[in-house]
Structures are given as structure tokens and as C-alpha cells.
Design a protein. Structure first.
Length: 174
């Protein structure tokens, strides 16, 4: 009837502006996505190259089956770039819906497998064939992974008095 449909929660989230300065955002996209500087060893922090092989902490990596920005087979390469335990989770959906797939979402599913240091590499086609499907959101899987590697909850320190009530004055600026 010539009228636009109302926005869904996901459409509203996707339409929100990127909350980082222009230069930071453009360098992030150029260096990490276009040029793949992190995977290629060209990303520097504090004057030193960042090497994924230097990471010793367990990694929880997420890919989305229909992701057009970071295709899942390219994110699966984390297994080739690290020397640590990698839990790789492949969620159904695309770049946004696959990640913002809260518990209770119908038709959501995922596959997850942990590769330890002693396990051999599985290429993406072998991995997807041999990793069982689970129904539902992947978020509880991630929460359980975090809980297994976390200590007792700690309350944050007091921040003192607030400058103003939430959400803050910046949201009112055009």
C-alpha cells in the first residue's frame, strides 16, 4: 500500500551507526578485512607485529554459514593460524542474524567442535560433515565455554557519581 513495514529488532540494530571514529573504522575495515593484515603478520601493536601463533589462551571463534563479509571457510582458517586450543562454532544465518541469534529464536542451529593441540586439522568440508548439528542459539554454548574458564564473579569497582542519567546526552545529538 506504499507504506514501509515496521522495523524488526535486527533491522533497527543493523541501521545503528558504527560507534567508532571514522579513521579507526576505516583502518579496521581496510587492515583486518581488505588486506588481512592480522592473518598475514602485518598488524602491529605498540611497535611489534601481532602473531596469532603467539596466542596461548584458548580461542572461541564463531563463523556464520551465510556470512557475506567474513565467509565461514575463511574464518575456519583460525585453525591454521594458531598453536592453541580452538573451539570453532558455525552458526546458521548470515553476517547479522547468525550472530544476533538470541535463545528462543526459531530455526537457529549451530555446530561446534574443539580442536586441542594433539588433534589433527580438519579442512572446512570435512569439519562440517563430521561436526554434529545442535538446535537453538549458540549463545548458551558460548556462556558455558566462558563459565568453564572463569573464576568467581567479581563486582565492578564503584565509578562514583554519574554525570547524568542513562542513556547519556550523546544519544540526543544529531
Amino acid at each position: 500500500m506504499g507504506e514501509r513495514e515496521g522495523m524488526s529488532d535486527l533491522m533497527a540494530w543493523n541501521a545503528d551507526a558504527t560507534r567508532m571514529p571514522y579513521r579507526m573504522h576505516s583502518e579496521y575495515l581496510r587492515r583486518l578485512f581488505l588486506n588481512n593484515d592480522l592473518a598475514e603478520g602485518r598488524l602491529h601493536a605498540d611497535g611489534r607485529a601481532v602473531a596469532l601463533h603467539d596466542i596461548r589462551a584458548p580461542i572461541f571463534a564463531v563463523g556464520a554459514q551465510k556470512d557475506h563479509v567474513a565467509p565461514w571457510k575463511s574464518t575456519h582458517k583460525i585453525h591454521l593460524l594458531t598453536d592453541t586450543e580452538v573451539t570453532y562454532l558455525l552458526t546458521s544465518g548470515g553476517h547479522n542474524a547468525g550472530i544476533v541469534s538470541e535463545p528462543g529464536r526459531k530455526r537457529a542451529s549451530y555446530q561446534v567442535k574443539t580442536k586441542g593441540l594433539e588433534d589433527r586439522y580438519s579442512d572446512p568440508d570435512e569439519w562440517i560433515r563430521n561436526t554434529p548439528h545442535k538446535d537453538g542459539s549458540w549463545w548458551p554454548e558460548w556462556a558455558a565455554w566462558l563459565a568453564a574458564r572463569s573464576g568467581e564473579p567479581v563486582s565492578p569497582p564503584s565509578m562514583g557519581s554519574a554525570l547524568c542519567d542513562a542513556p547519556g546526552t550523546y544519544v540526543l545529538k544529531a
